[in-house]
Ligand binder design. Structure first.
Ligand code: PMT
Length: 218
């Protein structure tokens, strides 16, 4: 049983990877399974929030009590978020959004004719940074997936993207982070920090949401 900390509050959560199409059959993506973001959505709904889950392509059922919008690419996810974020009290960007997409998407399957193929990539919009820069922004929480200097890079993202809070995980470890049942988070906000040790993702989600509610109230 989780405390009803978010009764009457609307929370948008992004989860999962994005797919950046190269041609009709191939894409660039990453190892996100969606489990962390779906656990956050599930826990937030159990804590009384009205949850809108904006999901990348994953093989998970919609968590009980949540509204879900399925998206594919970073541009799709960006559009879905921007359409509804004005209604939200809290935004949590847990999706592993691709930073770049192929500049050109071939209309037909690319043929194996050349020995070398060069891809040109262009930057995707930074969804969480754009949400944090809105005039009527919700309390905005980002994630940071790092493989080294976790605290340093996370604090840099907190400041650079003007976030209210950031939850960092070390994705170089096998047992936590991407596509695992467990995770561990180092959480930073402008005036403090907390370490949430290794635990299953639903437990961590409830712990992170408790920290969010405390800072949001202040
Ligand atoms: O899905 P699982 O398998 O359970 O794994 C969980 C997770 C490791 C994916 C998750 O815990 C996590 O770390 N999510 C963030 C992954 C990520 O893209 O991190 P980043 O450091 O590259 O991005 C920083 C922040 O910017 C994130 O909040 C991200 O959602 C956001 N971002 C990034 C790029 C972009 N174009 N738009 C964004 O909004």
């Amino acid at each position: 049983c989780l405390p009803a900390l978010f009764t009457g509050k609307r929370i948008m959560i992004t989860a999962g990877p994005t797919r950046e199409a190269l041609d009709p059959v191939r894409y660039l993506s990453n190892h996100s399974s969606g489990k962390m973001g779906y656990a956050l959505a599930h826990a937030a709904a159990r804590m009384g929030a009205k949850v809108l889950l904006v999901s990348g392509p994953v093989n998970l059922p919609s968590p009980p009590g949540c509204e879900r919008i399925m998206t594919d690419s970073a541009l799709d996810m960006h559009q879905a978020v921007m359409q509804r974020v004005g209604e939200m009290d809290v935004f949590i960007g847990c999706a592993a959004v691709a930073d770049y997409r192929p500049q050109q998407q071939a209309g037909q399957k690319i043929k194996k004719s050349q020995d070398k193929l060069t891809l040109t990539l262009v930057k995707n919009p930074d969804i969480v940074a754009e949400v944090a820069s809105l005039a009527n922004k919700p309390f905005t929480v980002g994630f940071a997936a790092e493989t080294q200097d976790v605290a340093h890079y996370a604090k840099d993202k907190l400041a650079r993207k003007k976030l209210d809070m950031i939850a960092a995980n070390d994705v170089s470890k096998q047992n936590i982070g991407f596509n695992s049942e467990q995770n561990a988070l180092s959480v930073y906000w402008p005036s403090g920090e907390a370490l949430l040790p290794v635990s299953d993702k639903l437990t961590l989600a409830a712990q992170l949401l408790t920290l969010i509610e405390k800072q949001y109230k202040e």
